[in-house]
Design a protein around this ligand. Structure first.
Ligand code: DOR
Ligand code: ZN
Ligand code: ZN
Length: 418
């Protein structure tokens, strides 16, 4: 396939020739005749040419924080519905969290997930392994190919809280890289364990000024943050676009907008934007945590869906002058790959995987629940008018989403530098 007349986020023009799922050639004005000849020589097939019409061309988004609910809670989401939602919205790789049933805390549970995602997912995928309170350090040592071991240091959805410091020490020692759900002061505990026993720490969903400031201080401290055990900070779209005032404005939202960590104040939200600008934030991860509306309304249930609106929300922010396209690409494509060592993804480069999206930054659209592909069937942004949209998704060189339609594809598990 040849993509013609694309615009990179830095404004430069480019064409991209894709052969056998990889970016084969990337430069301005590739000769179509010559490209067709090379393509036919290698594949024996006729070259397909797509005119991008000067729209933006980006590496597919890598969302390293999703709860796809498969197995165990597949009435909320599964690898098919969740991956279709990703494909539509421009996410070409999602990384799944371990709080499923069974939880991904044994090698056996991981293999089960691998098989299921391999059969169902239309986009690429990967996994965080989980640390468990009954001390699964032995299992952590057995597994490979995961991005990290995720530990819950606060109560959240599922039963994965690790409270015993001796168990935590064993888990951190066994893990190649640590991802934490740590709120408020628990971030200090995570930093301390990373310093003493760890090889790197990724702090999920930093939600407030207080938490952000702990991390800014830690990042500047060579004892806490160095090559041996670096520290990274993620923020979620809901902590950037929603706040407690919005939650309390309406009886339904008081239930729907509950999550861990909870939404904070408008000032906190604005501070997170400031920290995107000053470089303290490393990634945007959705924390896509679907629950049915019924479950959300019956009793307090933490989490909300996010993959389908992530990129469009960020493009809307771009249109409002809050963030550049370069920064969006860095936080959502380049950095996730770099931090977790995901091979051949996150940047547009010859030899890299052809995980590519085409983005229309001018298209306005309204979030409507009837259009959503996530099984949970609702969005916290229902009724919002967004400006900016993914229009074409290519995964491993195959078109998976175009003109509002999803096309069948088998995603692959990411490869990790270990
Ligand atoms: O709100 C949340 N929901 N926070 C989490 O940490 C987990 C997630 C879920 O799995 O529902
Ligand atoms: Zn969490
Ligand atoms: Zn989460």
């Amino acid at each position: 396939m040849l993509l013609r007349n694309g615009t990179l986020v830095n404004g430069e023009k480019t064409d991209i020739l894709i052969i056998n799922g990889k970016i084969y050639l990337m430069k301005k004005e590739i000769d179509v005749f010559e490209a067709g000849r090379i393509f036919a020589e290698i594949t024996g097939e006729e070259l397909k040419v797509i005119d991008i019409e000067n729209k933006y061309i980006m590496p597919g988004v890598i969302d390293v924080h999703t709860h796809m609910r498969d197995p165990g809670f597949t009435h909320k989401e599964d690898f098919l519905s969740g991956s279709k939602a990703c494909a539509k919205a421009g996410i070409t790789t999602f990384i799944d969290m371990p709080n499923t049933n069974p939880a991904t805390v044994t090698k056996e549970a991981l293999e089960l997930k691998r098989k299921s995602a391999g059969e169902k997912s239309v986009v690429n995928f990967g996994f965080h392994f989980g640390g468990s309170s009954d001390n699964n350090a032995g299992e952590i040592k057995k597994v490979s190919g995961v991005l990290s071991t995720k530990v819950f240091l606060n109560v959240s959805t599922g039963k994965m809280l690790v409270e015993d410091d001796n168990v935590l020490e064993d888990i951190v020692k066994a893990a190649n890289f640590l991802t934490v759900h740590a709120e408020g002061g628990m971030i200090n505990k995570a930093l301390e364990f990373n310093k003493q026993f760890g090889k790197g720490l990724y702090v999920c969903h930093v939600s407030s000024r207080e938490e952000m400031n702990i991390l800014i201080k830690a990042k500047a401290d060579k004892v806490l943050n160095n090559e041996k055990h670096p520290v990274f900070a993620e923020v979620t779209p809901h902590h950037l676009f929603l706040d407690e005032e919005m939650k309390d404005s309406d009886e339904e939202k008081k239930m729907l907008y509950r999550m861990k960590p909870e939404l904070k104040t408008k000032a906190d939200r604005e501070y997170l934007w400031e920290c995107i600008g000053n470089g303290a934030v490393d990634t945007i991860g959705t924390d896509h945590a679907p629950h049915l509306i019924r479950e959300k309304m019956e009793k307090i249930t933490f989490g909300m869906p996010g993959v389908e609106t992530l990129l469009a929300l960020m493009l809307t922010a771009y249109n409002q002058g809050k963030i550049s396209l370069e920064k969006i690409q860095e936080l959502m494509c380049g950095n996730p790959a770099k931090i977790f060592g995901i091979k051949n993804k996150g940047v547009l480069k010859e030899g890299y995987d052809a995980d590519i999206i085409i983005v229309d930054t001018n298209e306005k659209w309204i979030v409507k629940k009837e259009d959503l592909l996530s099984k949970c069937g609702w969005s916290p942004y229902e009724g919002w008018e967004l400006k900016g949209k993914n229009v074409l998704t290519i995964v491993n060189g195959n078109i998976v989403y175009k003109d509002g339609k999803i096309f069948e594809n088998k995603g692959k598990e990411v490869e990790i530098d270990e």
